[in-house]
Design a protein around this ligand. Structure first.
Ligand code: SF4
Ligand code: SF4
Length: 172
């Protein structure tokens, strides 16, 4: 049988219990879970699927061979590649144009899975701001530059493949 609370308990009692809870949280000994973002950032978990990076080989050349696998598999149809004749003798084609519309992307990671030469990867970057929709269409150079420091967090081997400086604009 449920015991009916008295009028006093339902009013003053509930207020007192609420205040006690608030005061408990104000004690210095109470653990704090607040992260002072953006000054503090939590580490990105391994395998996080943020913005893409186009990787380079040991000679600093873009690894992509313009095979169109990622463009074909992309469910959001947000990758645009135009193949050009390769300037290097060890491959036929390279991406003369490589664009990703980051606003259409659903960050599924299928482009990374499909790539036969490990040329594209999703990184831990999630906080790059922009002033226009056009800025979020990343071209080849922008993708090459994208956040090598985020790769350090979960695969140090990958970081050696990205030799470009960090992008100056954005929310890093
Ligand atoms: S993460 Fe998915 S949606 Fe985004 S570009 Fe790659 S395949 Fe397309
Ligand atoms: S990134 Fe990979 S899958 Fe996409 S076109 Fe280049 S080589 Fe092919």
């Amino acid at each position: 049988m449920i015991e009916e609370k008295s009028w006093f308990d339902k009013t003053v009692g509930e207020v007192a219990r609420g205040l006690a809870g608030t005061l408990r949280h104000m004690l210095p000994s109470h653990p704090t879970f607040t992260t002072q973002y953006p000054e503090e950032k939590l580490p990105v978990p391994p395998g996080y699927r943020g913005e893409h990076v186009l990787k380079t080989d040991e000679q600093g050349r873009v690894k992509c061979v313009a095979c169109f696998m990622c463009e074909t598999v992309c469910p959001a149809e947000c990758i645009k590649i135009v193949a050009g004749p390769s300037p290097w003798p060890d491959r036929e084609k390279f991406p003369a144009v490589f664009e990703i519309d980051m606003l259409r992307c659903i960050y599924c990671g299928m482009c990374e899975e499909a790539c036969p030469v490990d040329a594209i990867a999703l990184t831990g970057v999630y906080n790059v701001v922009s002033q226009s929709r056009q800025e979020k269409i990343y071209d080849r150079e922008r993708l090459l530059k994208n956040a090598p420091q985020s790769l350090h967090k979960y695969d140090p081997a990958l970081s050696s493949q990205v030799r470009y400086p960090l992008p100056s604009a954005g929310g890093h």
